[in-house]
Design a protein around this ligand. Structure first.
Ligand code: SAM
Ligand code: DTB
Ligand code: SF4
Length: 332
């Protein structure tokens, strides 16, 4: 357990961070009466964050499609029959242009995603040039490139990378139903290498892939019981992609997503909880409920990796109606 510094806005000292959550604890949170769950999540949120501020990250696919992994949700797997055209690693100049535009639109972090099982060392050198160029624009940097060795994590840290995204996606038990070309332990190994290299960990889940409440409790427990809580926890709602095994999965009851956001906030009080993929299919009201439940980060811009994100103007309009402002980059 780690002691928290008391927040100046709150007279009572904040409770210690817990890394000893049980499945029963997490399940009890998920099953609470909705109003009680949201009240506690919002109360905890206010001890650690400005409740009216949200962090915005922009996403760019720097290498699209042709991935050898068989993730059942993904448009970029070679094993799936989606309409994505595979491409090579894009040029540095394209990255600089996209990052410049993202900054002008208010993003504080720029996340570069590549459809790799793991990066080769020469490709990694090119990604490092991209990270350095994006940082030089005054943006925080994030990359998601697949599995890493400890040496590769150290190279990324030395380049100034702020965050590495590597999602656990689902529970250890449900994992093999979704992905067979790597194990849940492979995911945890990379997360350990990233943490040990001193890079902030961004790791989260996908909801709506047919998992049970218990699976959700298990995935939250894995995230919260790591040696340190991830600094960033993306909660993705499955974007059903034509040609993937999950294309016909029935849509999730959105209150179940809100419950997971609230439980993540309570279990990992200092993490940025990011409302990630799937926002396009959500109403403004559902998104506002997620913010009330403690989500304080989202993907900004019109495009995720291969799918659309928010229509132009929609996010700015929503934030204005809610009186929420965008956070500035913190570390530069
Ligand atoms: N190849 C790398 C990897 O898997 O770690 C990085 C890119 S991968 C596309 C990043 C994450 O995007 C996945 O782990 C998954 O959580 C999320 N994702 C991909 N396709 C998705 C979909 N259709 N719906 C929701 N989330 C998705
Ligand atoms: C994360 O958790 N979600 C983002 C980002 N990290 C890399 C990716 C979402 C991808 C959604 C489907 C697509 O656009 O292909
Ligand atoms: Fe490849 Fe990542 Fe898509 Fe899996 S999620 S198929 S590893 S790009």
């Amino acid at each position: 357990m780690t002691d928290l510094t008391p927040n100046p806005q709150s007279p009572a000292p904040a409770p210690a961070l817990r890394m000893d959550w049980t499945i029963a604890d997490a399940l009890a949170l998920l099953n609470r009466p909705f109003n009680d769950l949201l009240f506690e999540a919002q109360s905890i949120h206010r001890q650690h964050f400005d409740p009216n501020e949200i962090q915005a990250s922009a996403l760019l696919s720097i290498k699209t499609g042709g991935c050898p992994e068989d993730c059942g949700y993904c448009a970029q797997s070679m094993k799936n029959d989606s309409s994505v055209d595979p491409g090579g690693l894009i040029a540095l100049q394209e990255v600089i242009e996209a990052a410049t535009a993202a900054k002008a639109q208010g993003a504080s972090r720029f996340c570069m995603g590549a459809a790799w099982r793991r990066p080769g060392n020469s490709s990694l050198s090119r990604v490092i040039e991209m990270i350095e160029a994006v940082r030089a624009l005054g943006l925080e940097t994030c990359a998601t490139l697949g599995m890493l060795t400890p040496d590769q994590a150290t190279r990324l840290k030395d380049s100034g990378l702020d965050y590495y995204n590597h999602n656990i996606d689902t529970s250890p038990e449900y994992y093999a139903k979704i992905i067979t070309t790597r194990t849940f332990q492979d995911r945890l190994d990379t997360l350990n290498h990233v943490r040990e290299a001193g890079i902030n960990v961004c790791s989260g889940v996908i909801l709506g892939m047919g998992e049970s409440f218990e699976d959700r409790a298990k995935m939250l427990r894995v995230l919260a019981n790591q040696p340190e809580h991830p600094q960033s926890v993306p909660i993705n709602l499955l974007v059903p992609i034509k040609g993937t095994p999950l294309e016909n999965t029935p849509p999730l009851d959105i209150f179940e997503l809100v419950r997971v956001v609230a439980a993540a906030r309570i279990m990992m009080p200092r993490a940025y909880v990011r409302l990630s993929a799937g926002r396009e299919a959500m109403s403004d009201e559902a998104q506002a409920l997620c913010f009330l439940a403690g989500a304080n980060s989202f993907f900004h811009g019109e495009q995720l990796l291969t799918t659309p994100n928010a229509k132009p103007g929609r996010d700015a309009g929503l934030l204005k109606r809610l009186g929420v402002t965008l956070e500035k980059p913190s570390n530069l």
